[in-house]
Design a protein. Structure first.
Lengths: 589, 157
């Protein structure tokens, strides 16, 4: 018979073991062996219940490992009565009951009675305790006679049960803490994934992939299309072979379609299980992979008051593993925001591209003897219209080219870009010389009281033997380059005051001759000021790049912009390039 | 050495082969599964070389392989293909895990014959949840792949 000190040591050992154990069932061996060793005890039996239904039974007659018996899930009136007695206690503490095993079996102590009489017990002491509202258990010892137990036995049995209750609560708290930790980590990872790309479908595919199997066995995302249809855009299933099945269900199943439409309009998600799944492709009555699906959750994707679609999870795990709706809806809300951001960005980008397009000539003319090419590179991250412009005006055998840049971006810069381009175009169509055209534009800009500077370079080409004579004037614009057919690259030394500042600015012209095969390159500072990682500007490489650019005449501008983009790691500005190639006799024919 | 085309081998669903070159990650897997599936027996190898040969020679096959995709030497993709090229090893479920959710990477793994593709999160609790989800799934389906297509869906809309 263990002395009090021995019992204290035994309880202490139990606590220490509990610190290592993940759940109460892991404690079974320790508890049963300890109780079985108490004086007078012939056997130990335990039961776990949900309401009036037994979940499992355990017993230990000999040895140290208790035997766990499968549950018989039928409701038991005796179980209901035992639970009622337990709930009737105001302190909700473990209760003790003495059981006589010698009379007729009325089933009131089933299944423990059979388990204990097997070990020769004539009497039993039961300790019954609550774990949750209708989650309860009993630990009972068999005795050779009602008085065979030690006087300490009731106290000891009760202490063991109190430890089990405490462990159970500690584990519940631990599990819910772990779940919260998991959910927080998941939301953090999901948010990172949503930032990876502005492509909506790719983003949603990544989120679905991340969620399986962390959240559920399957995931489908549907978006509401402009015509009102719900279309699946992303899906993932833990089993590779089930993915096509899931894709098919997501697209074609009418039951799922109705379920999703109902949920899409709501403000909160729903979890469907059991009979909720009747008539659909999930649940034990469905065929194929859907049979294993026990529950479905559907959360609406909503942003700024608009229903965007649904986030659906398929669960094969039991209810314990299903996250609560608060978490699922939180995830859906974040996904909806990411979708909304991407959509807004995409629309804005489209508008900017359209506006920009209207500020540039639809096509360049093709004057005889010249091949013109132009390219425009839009700053990647920008959502504003840039201020670069260019155009070419042909009148008779005179070809005027111009390029320019309005400082800043946005609607105001766009309006001035339009004004500058059309003013220069009209003046040059009327035969204005380069310097005169710039002076007139400057006067207009100053008179309009604009708050922005404008730079521009105007070049007029006229036939000169087999080549061209070039007259150029600049208003604060980067100097053009000439790539000579004979070799070498020259900068044209032309400069002048930028426009929009001084009302009486005067411009001077610089002349040069272009031979057949020569190329004249006009560009904006987006090209020259592109920077690489080391901070070096493309300007330092520009002459070399122009020299080495062997693209055909019609592709020259695009090739230069591409070279600058390749070089660029910073200096995110729009870039315009206009190239005039003097055809050789062969090219011209 | 077993020959190609030999009839189905004994598969031990209680055993998992972990192919992972990072000692830290292998330790994390061991720690996670010891907690969620204490009765599983784990074997660890730190490289893909020789795995197929050893499996072909083994008396019983593990039910599941956890395969790290990014390993030096014989990479995960190559190993996956050579595993799938062996009819004697078809009963083994292969769960690939990487730190990428890029759609192209996922597709490539499925094409190479992965049964599951799981994302390896940084957070340990999340990692444990993900591993548990994959292992539970394949244990509950008894190592069976679900049929690729199935019973009739409810009438189409």
């Amino acid at each position: 018979m263990p002395a009090d000190a021995d019992w204290a040591r035994a309880l202490h050992t139990l606590w220490l073991a509990a610190a290592d154990m993940a759940d109460v069932t892991g404690m079974a061996s320790h508890v049963y062996a300890l109780v079985r060793g108490l004086p007078g005890v012939t056997g130990v039996a335990g039961t776990r219940w949900t309401g009036d239904r037994p979940v499992y039974a355990r017993s230990l007659d000999r040895g140290t490992e208790p035997l766990t018996l499968p549950a018989q899930p039928d409701p038991s009136p005796a179980g209901a009565a035992r639970l009622r007695a337990l709930l009737a206690r105001t302190d909700r503490a473990p209760m003790l009951a003495e059981r006589d095993l010698t009379g007729d079996d009325d089933g009131a102590f089933a299944p423990e009675r059979d388990l204990l009489t097997g070990s020769g017990a004539k009497a039993a002491l039961e300790c019954r305790f609550l774990l949750g509202d209708d989650d309860w258990a009993a630990l009972s010892v068999g005795l050779a006679s009602p008085s065979a137990g030690d006087r300490m036995l009731p106290l000891q049995l009760r202490q063991v049960c109190e430890i089990l209750v405490a462990l159970h609560h500690r584990n519940l708290v631990g599990r819910s803490h772990e779940r919260l930790q998991m959910e927080a980590a998941f939301l953090a990872e999901a948010s990172l994934q949503m930032d990876e790309s502005l492509d909506i479908e790719e983003t949603l595919s990544r989120v679905a992939r991340l969620a399986v199997p962390a959240v559920a066995e399957g995931c489908v995302v549907h978006l509401i299309r402009p015509e009102g249809r719900l279309l699946p855009v992303a899906r993932a299933h833990v089993a590779a072979t089930a993915q096509d099945w899931l894709a098919g269900i997501a697209r074609h199943d009418a039951w799922l379609g109705r379920t999703l439409r109902a949920a899409a309009g709501g403000r909160q998600g729903v979890v469907l299980r059991g009979a909720d799944l009747d008539g659909g492709p999930f649940g034990p009555r469905a065929g194929g992979p859907g049979a294993a699906v026990r529950a479905l959750s559907v959360s609406p994707l909503r942003a700024r008051g608009r229903a965007l679609g649904t986030l659906t999870f398929l669960y094969q795990r039991d209810d314990d593993g299903i996250s609560d709706l608060r978490f699922l809806d939180d995830l859906a809300r974040r996904a909806a925001l990411a979708i909304d951001t991407s959509t807004a960005y995409e629309q804005r980008r489209l508008h900017v591209a359209q506006l920009q397009h209207h500020l540039l000539p639809p096509a360049l003319p093709a004057p005889p003897g010249l091949t013109l090419s132009a390219a425009y590179g839009v700053a990647d991250a920008s959502l504003d219209v840039g201020g670069d412009f260019y155009d070419a005006v042909v009148s008779g055998d005179r070809v005027a080219l111009f390029i320019g840049d309005v400082c800043g971006r946005g609607a105001q810069a766009a309006a001035m870009t339009g004004l500058a381009r059309h003013t220069l175009r009209t003046l040059l169509e009327d035969g204005a010389r380069p310097a005169h055209a710039l002076e007139r534009l400057n006067t207009t800009l100053v008179r309009e009281g604009v708050k922005r500077f404008v730079t521009s370079l105007v070049v007029v080409l006229t036939p000169d033997g087999d080549g061209r004579r070039m007259e150029a004037a600049s208003a604060g614009h980067p100097r053009p380059l000439i790539r000579r057919a004979a070799g070498g690259v020259e900068e044209v030394p032309v400069s002048g005051m930028l426009m929009g500042v001084l009302p009486a600015a005067r411009y001077t012209e610089t002349t040069a001759r272009l031979d057949p095969g020569d190329r004249l390159v006009l560009f904006t500072d987006g090209l020259s000021e592109a920077r690489d990682d080391s901070g070096t500007m493309f300007a330092e490489r520009l002459a070399d790049a122009v020299h080495r650019c062997h693209a055909p005449p019609g592709d020259a501008a695009r090739a230069l912009v591409a070279l600058a983009e390749e070089f660029r790691s910073a200096g995110d500005d729009d870039t315009a390039v206009l190239v005039a190639h003097i055809d050789t006799v062969k090219e011209g024919s | 050495m077993s020959s190609v085309g030999e009839h189905a081998r004994d598969v031990d669903l209680g055993r998992i082969l972990v192919i992972e070159d990072s000692e830290e990650d292998a330790e994390a897997i061991e720690r996670a599964l010891a907690r969620t599936h204490p009765s599983l027996r784990l074997d660890f190898v730190d490289r893909g070389e020789g795995v197929v040969e050893r499996l072909l020679a083994a008396p019983a096959l593990p039910g599941l392989i956890l395969l790290d995709l990014n390993m030096p030497g014989l990479g995960g993709h190559t190993l996956l293909r050579s595993l799938r090229a062996q009819p004697a090893l078809t009963a083994i479920r292969v769960v690939v895990f990487t730190s990428s959710t890029a759609p192209a990477e996922v597709d490539a793994c499925y094409e190479a014959g992965a049964d599951s593709y799981i994302y390896k999160p940084v957070n340990f609790t999340l990692f444990r949840t993900v591993l548990k989800g994959a292992v539970d799934y394949w244990q509950q389906s008894g190592g069976q792949r679900p049929p690729a297509s199935s019973g009739p869906p409810s009438p189409a809309a």
